[in-house]
Design a protein around this ligand. Structure first.
Ligand code: NAP
Length: 299
């Protein structure tokens, strides 16, 4: 439980709604900003007045998954109001106040250093990335079904990258009957692909590999699906690029070759905002509770 904890939730999308619900369940005192156009109302949450003294009570601030932009502005789909996370405002929070975001950028990281508050970029955590890989895979399956006229079962498929997302993709697509090869660059990962009963592709020598496939899913955040790779794909092939923007595909070249290539960012928030919100809320709560536990031990 987070009884006695004061938490501000500022901006965001449907994932934040689930986070607010969870905070209410855990009995935290919740303040919200950037939800004025939301149809449902949170009876147990109070509007966050930025000019009021309640900033001095905040134990935690929750930003949207994208954090802020490079000007410190916080985006939200439930408001037209522009909210800026400023140094002056943050300095008024108690020193122990923790700030949670999905990802960070130089503005946010620098600001947190200046005001000496702890920042938790949750998407950097292995646990969050692994939990998030579940809705990411489900969203990928949805896209593949929508954009092909053949079954996944029996299709020849290449997954590039065997990280937190690539591992889940390779396993699930294998389970639903695709003939899966996985592109990796280390000998350790080649051994892992072999152990999983899948076919390894050595990305250090892509020139020598057979890359013909029906579905190519990229998770490597560098330009790896280049002209050489795309030239080997048949015209009916589909490329789904999951890597963070701008992805790892030469999209112009794919279009020139008549191959459908989709950049698909943010699938968890699109296909399963409730689950994606819960993943964030659960990890955040664990971090807050751990802090409370440590404080109690030291008292
Ligand atoms: P990760 O665990 O860091 O895995 C990245 C993989 O890429 C690793 O296998 C890594 O290999 C490989 N890699 C990195 N640079 C490479 C290079 N130059 N050449 C060959 N392989 C390289 O990351 P993740 O959590 O799986 O996420 C992958 C990407 O998907 C990220 O960009 C992430 O932001 C994005 N993502 C997108 C969605 C979505 O909805 N679209 C959802 C979640 C994540 P090594 O192990 O050898 O380093």
């Amino acid at each position: 439980m987070l009884t006695g904890y004061h938490v501000a939730v500022i901006g965001g999308d449907a994932r934040q709604i689930e986070i607010i619900r969870r905070l209410n369940e855990w009995n935290a005192t919740v303040y919200i900003a950037g939800f004025d156009q939301l149809n449902e109302s949170f009876t147990e949450a109070t509007d966050l007045e930025f000019e009021s003294d309640l900033v001095k009570k905040l134990d935690a601030i929750i930003l949207p998954v994208p954090g802020t932009d490079e000007l410190g502005q916080i985006d939200g789909i439930f408001s037209n109001r522009i909210i800026t996370l400023s140094e002056d405002w943050l300095r008024q929070t108690p020193e122990h106040c923790q700030v949670f975001t999905g990802i960070t950028n130089s503005y946010l990281t620098d600001l947190m250093k200046k005001v000496n508050r702890t920042l938790h970029p949750l998407m950097d955590r292995d646990d969050v990335a692994i939990y998030n890989s579940i809705p990411t895979v489900e969203g990928t399956i949805m896209l593949v079904i929508q954009h092909t006229d053949y079954t996944i079962h029996g299709s020849k498929m290449i997954v590039l990258g065997l990280g937190r997302v690539g591992m889940s993709l390779a396993r699930i697509f294998d389970h639903i009957g695709a003939d899966v090869s996985v592109g990796v660059r280390s000998t350790k990962a080649i051994a892992r692909v072999y152990e999983m009963g899948l076919t390894p592709i050595d990305m250090n020598q892509l020139d020598e590999e057979d890359l013909e496939c029906d579905i190519l899913i990229n998770t490597v955040p560098h330009l790896v699906v280049d002209q050489h790779v795309i030239k080997q794909l048949p015209s009916h092939a589909l490329i789904v690029d999951l890597a963070s923007k701008p992805g790892g595909t030469d999209f112009d070249f794919a279009t020139k070759r008549g191959i459908k290539a989709i950049l698909a960012p943010g699938l968890p928030g699109i296909v399963a905002p409730k689950t994606a919100g819960r993943i964030i809320a659960d990890v955040m709560c664990r971090i807050l509770k751990e802090k409370v536990r440590k404080e109690n031990v030291h008292e």
